[in-house]
Design a protein around this ligand. Structure first.
Ligand code: PLP
Length: 388
């Protein structure tokens, strides 16, 4: 009997090593990893530049607390903010914490502006923001909420991509809107560019803050540093995590000077947030990601993979009924039970990641090369041919 809390359905496979886009099990089996630890290993496993940065920092300083200036912190903050809408960033250790930080900033902005009654946040069906009480209260997944009452007050959930539903939900107590530009756990559902633009207009018209949760779709995943940059809409707050640490626990909440002005010493914090190990890793990830051509590579690989998946859907409609997503955040809608197909693909040494709505996420490392895309498509084709 395992001593581990049974909150995950784990397979029996023990992964002991990772290298680039491949994972290796203790029995020597090699897997092509198109799950990336649920969209985390943006640069693949054990990227040499990131490993070197972590090794070097691990021999100098691990932790000293936020009582002091932290090596790498101001550099990482200015590089990240210079590459997007933001002026300020708070570093933490996970996606859920980044969302929590953003929710606090959102409410406190209105409090400091003399409008504490503006404290409700519009969120979306199918949304996922993490597992803390605030995050499940904000999220659109009833199973994640069940049994945890009383939940946090102040969230009004509406249908995704439905601007009329958002308009109807706005009231005198509305403080802002929280949305994933592409829902990840919810099944790779893209918010349309028009919808995001509509949300920005509503926020501007009603004095609300727009909060994008890019924990999953950010950090290069869609072919831009942040997915929202492709729709030409800037938020007031943006959470990110996953790819930013490439597997090291690191999250970030970005915002503008206007919102950041509401946050003073004592209003928020994290013992481990912005620790030197995380900053060394984060800076090393940015070294690679911000190189010219990186995001174009993601778009190219994404287009190649999506075209291949669409061809498979056309060839095997009895197995795949649709393909969705953009960049390297893709989803397959199988015509067969999704988990059975995920398991079959795994038996054929291709790792993918199930999501809500019977969707299979295809989220390889962003460093994937054409030969890896072809290898994955060949495994998928062979699996579709075989059937379940
Ligand atoms: N927000 C989004 C969009 C996510 O996809 C996730 C995790 O999947 C989270 C927040 C929570 O991140 P974490 O599990 O690191 O707390």
């Amino acid at each position: 009997m395992s001593a581990v809390l049974p909150v995950y359905r784990r397979s029996d496979i023990t992964i002991v090593r990772g290298e680039g886009v491949y994972l290796f099990a203790d029995n020597g089996t090699r897997y092509l990893d198109f799950a990336s630890g649920i969209a985390v290993n943006a640069l693949g496993h054990c990227h040499p530049h990131v490993v070197a940065a972590l090794k070097e920092q691990s021999e100098k300083l691990w932790h000293c607390s936020n009582m002091y200036q932290m090596p790498g912190l101001s550099g990482m903050a200015s590089r990240l903010t210079a590459a997007c809408f933001a002026d300020k960033v708070f570093f933490c250790n996970s996606g859920g914490e980044a969302v929590e930080a953003g929710l606090k900033m959102l409410r406190r902005f209105h409090y400091v502006s003399g409008q504490p009654q503006k404290n409700r946040i519009i969120t979306f069906e199918g949304g996922f923001h993490g597992r803390t009480l605030a995050c499940i209260s904000a999220g659109g997944n009833a199973i994640a909420r069940e049994g945890f009452a009383p939940l946090l007050e102040g969230f009004d959930r509406v249908a995704f991509n439905d601007i009329e539903a958002v308009k109807t939900a706005i009231g005198h107590a509305t403080a802002g809107i929280l949305i994933e530009p592409i829902q990840g756990e919810g099944g790779v559902n893209e918010a349309s560019h028009d919808f995001l633009r509509g949300l920005r207009e509503l926020c501007d018209a009603h004095g609300l803050l727009l909060f994008f949760d890019e924990v999953q779709c950010g950090m290069g995943r869609t072919g831009a540093l942040f997915a929202h940059q492709q729709s030409g809409v800037s938020p007031d707050i943006c959470s990110t995590a996953k790819g930013i640490g490439n597997g090291f626990p690191l999250g970030a909440c970005l915002t503008t000077d206007r919102v950041a002005a509401a946050m003073k010493p004592g209003t928020h914090g994290s013992t481990y947030g912005s620790n030197p190990l995380a900053m060394a890793v984060g800076n090393a990830v940015l070294d690679v990601m911000l190189q010219p051509g990186f995001f174009e590579h993601v778009s190219r690989m994404g287009a190649m993979l999506k075209a291949g998946l669409e061809a498979l859907a056309a060839e095997f409609p009895q197995m795949i009924s649709g393909v969705r997503g953009r960049g390297l955040m893709l989803g397959l809608k199988p015509a067969v039970p999704a988990m059975a197909l995920v398991e079959k693909l795994r038996a054929n040494q291709l790792l993918t990641s199930p999501a809500e709505g019977g969707v299979i996420r295809i989220v390889p490392p962003l460093t994937v090369q054409p030969e890896h895309v072809q290898e994955a498509l060949a495994i998928l084709r062979h699996t579709c041919k075989e059937g379940l």
